[in-house]
Design a protein around this ligand. Structure first.
Ligand code: SAM
Length: 274
């Protein structure tokens, strides 16, 4: 699994998505019309999930944000660390990331393909937020090897990737991505030579995925309602958000315990010690 990504389709997809609502597309919330509050909530939960990993990075260190999208994490890193470089393939996303970080003097946004255009280090932190899911297995290994070479000896590489509980699968067509299991990611990390790997479930992502699945159900079961509607997107999000302890925390954990694979997509953070 993970050897059939059409890279030009990935490039095309993010070019178009980034030209619309770039920050929503960067966080994959655009297709279901979820409100901006859903993105902010997911981001806040994610930040909390890896807060201690970021606290451990020296404040004067340099950070590389690989596939930085519209630059949400790039801007956050710039407020905490000495220097940040974001690299991104899609021109529309690059424009959005430059706009977002224009007042931050310690940020540089580069347009390039991460498979060949990586800047030199050394970096104290390398972040890949939803990037390896758009790369074939061998390219993940080559990329992580190149990133490792650009790291300080005390650095960490942090990845945030969509995962599946059981069998890996691939999305084909206009939107191409490979959804690997956690075990498959760990196997790729071993191929690069990483032995110290920490893992955390990303419940911030799950919150958004629950809302996405409900929007898709509404589209299937109530086809007479408008498929695309900001109003219906908000109406799906807010009841879930207002019952977050139940809907976003207890429910996914209970379903996990019962081995019910819903929502079908999960997401994990990985921390690789260099
Ligand atoms: C799901 S978005 C995540 C963006 C950002 N990391 C975030 O967390 O908001 C993935 C991004 O990776 C970029 N990307 C995918 N493959 C790439 C490649 N080979 N080189 C550069 N950027 C790439 C896409 O254009 C897209 O902006």
């Amino acid at each position: 699994m993970g050897n059939g990504i059409d890279y030009s389709a990935v490039q095309r997809y993010f070019e178009l998505a980034g030209a619309g609502s770039s920050s929503a597309a960067s966080y994959m919330a655009h297709d279901q019309n979820l409100p901006a509050a859903a993105i902010r909530y997911r981001f806040a939960v994610e930040l909390k999930t890896i807060g201690d990993w970021l606290d451990a990075v020296p404040a004067d260190g340099a950070v590389l944000d690989v596939g930085c999208g519209a630059g949400a994490w790039t801007a956050l890193f710039a407020q905490r660390f000495g220097r940040v470089i974001g690299i991104e393939g899609s021109e529309s996303m690059v424009t959005a990331a430059k706009d977002r970080t224009q007042d931050l003097e310690n940020v540089e946004i580069l347009q390039g393909d991460v498979r060949q255009d990586l800047p030199d280090g050394p970096f104290a932190l390398v972040f890949l937020g939803g990037l390896c899911m758009y790369l074939n297995d061998d390219d993940v290994v080559t990329l992580l090897t190149s990133l490792k070479e650009r790291c300080r000896p005390d650095a960490a590489i942090v990845l945030r990737e969509s995962t599946v509980p059981e069998r890996s699968r691939q999305a084909e067509g206009e939107y191409q991505a490979v959804y690997r299991t956690v075990a498959e990611y760990q196997q790729l990390f071993r191929r690069v030579g990483f032995s110290d790997v920490q893992l955390r479930r990303n419940l911030g992502y799950t919150s958004m995925e629950i809302a996405i699945e409900l929007v898709e159900m509404r589209r299937r079961w109530l086809p007479f309602l408008p498929a695309s509607s900001q109003w219906l997107g908000a109406l799906t999000w807010w009841p879930l958000r207002l019952t977050a302890p139940l809907s976003f925390r207890r429910l996914p954990r209970a379903l996990d315990r019962l081995n019910v694979p819903w929502p079908g997509l999960q997401n994990h953070f990985f921390r690789l010690s260099v």
